[in-house]
Design a protein around this ligand. Structure first.
Ligand code: FES
Length: 306
């Protein structure tokens, strides 16, 4: 009867260990797939929510797998062992040698421990690979062609100014104190190219303060519409003071003085777009913006030289 009980207990233990092995393997497998998935999602454009979920699964899989492994396969976390007199008894030493040999054999021939160790190694390697992802966010360091992305827009000399509806503009179409949002004609209306055309009052512009003193037509001057603080569209115009105002954090730019900063958190003026009139009387750009558009970044001035 006692033998039968012992056999049943051994069977139960073996079944529990098999079940734990499968669960731990499943956890490590999930971790591997999640880490690789994270890499793929990042490289194909990224999705913040999905990346967060995958990162949780990658780390959670390793944690859960190790937890199952330690609790069930290695044994209870608290072990009380009577302190035997030293040295160990002969039968204990023999038992240890036997256990040790069987463990070594198991690892050598590919037993459970080896299997789980391999999966754990795979999970660690996948996670290590996924953790290289933040390096890719440091910028286009591996793509020299991408370096100009932040410095160029769709504007170029001869490109007509058009409204969002595509209407081409002549100087006389904008009354004094009026403003209009303009884009380069025949472009994809790229967000970084949007600009604001302002018709200032006669003689109000101090040309000496403009990056392009010649890039003004009869009181019409154009600046980037993207705030140099955090990129909001600078769409409010207080005509009386010739001030463009960003609605996000109230940066104010003086239109008649090169869009210099009057107040607010931004640190630099709005870049100017030089304009002229073509043979048919339409407003055109005569070059690119005077500086990179949008919020400042670490190599703002370096890029202008490259
Ligand atoms: S984004 Fe314009 S002031 Fe902050």
């Amino acid at each position: 009867m006692a033998d039968q009980t012992t056999t049943d207990e051994r069977d139960d233990k073996a079944r529990a260990e098999d079940r734990a092995t499968r669960i731990a393997a499943l956890c490590f497998g999930v971790s591997i797939l999640a880490a690789l998935g994270l890499l793929v999602v990042y490289l194909t454009g990224g999705d913040t929510q999905l990346e967060g979920i995958l990162l949780t699964l990658a780390f959670g899989g390793v944690a859960a797998g190790l937890g199952v492994w330690v609790r069930v396969l290695i044994g209870p976390s608290v072990i009380v062992e009577p302190r035997d007199p030293m040295p160990s008894r002969a039968e204990d030493r023999a038992g240890f040698e036997q256990d040790f040999d069987s463990t070594v054999d198991e690892v050598k021939v590919g037993g459970r421990r080896r299997f789980l160790l391999q999966l754990l190694g795979g999970a660690g390697a996948s996670l290590g690979l996924a953790l290289t992802v933040p390096l890719l966010s440091l910028g286009p360091i591996f793509d020299p062609n991408a370096r100009r992305e932040l410095f160029d827009t769709s504007w170029s000399a001869g490109r007509r100014l058009v409204t969002i509806e595509g209407e081409e503009l002549r100087p006389e179409m904008l009354a004094v104190d009026e403003i209009a949002t303009v884009f380069p004609a025949d472009s994809d209306r790229a967000a970084d190219s949007q600009a604001v055309l302002v018709h200032t009052r006669p003689g109000a512009i101090d040309l000496s303060t403009l990056p392009y003193p010649d890039g003004v037509v009869d009181g019409l001057v154009v600046y980037s519409k993207i705030c140099t603080h955090a990129g909001c569209p600078v769409g409010l115009y207080r005509a009386q003071d010739a001030e463009l105002i960003c609605p996000c954090h109230q940066s104010q730019f003086l239109v008649t003085a090169g869009a210099k900063v009057l107040s607010g958190p931004t640190g630099r003026p709005l870049p100017q777009l030089p304009i002229g009139v073509d043979d048919e009387g339409f407003l055109v750009a005569t070059g690119e913006f005077s500086a990179p558009v949008g919020p400042s970044f670490w190599n703002l001035t370096q890029g202008q030289d490259s």
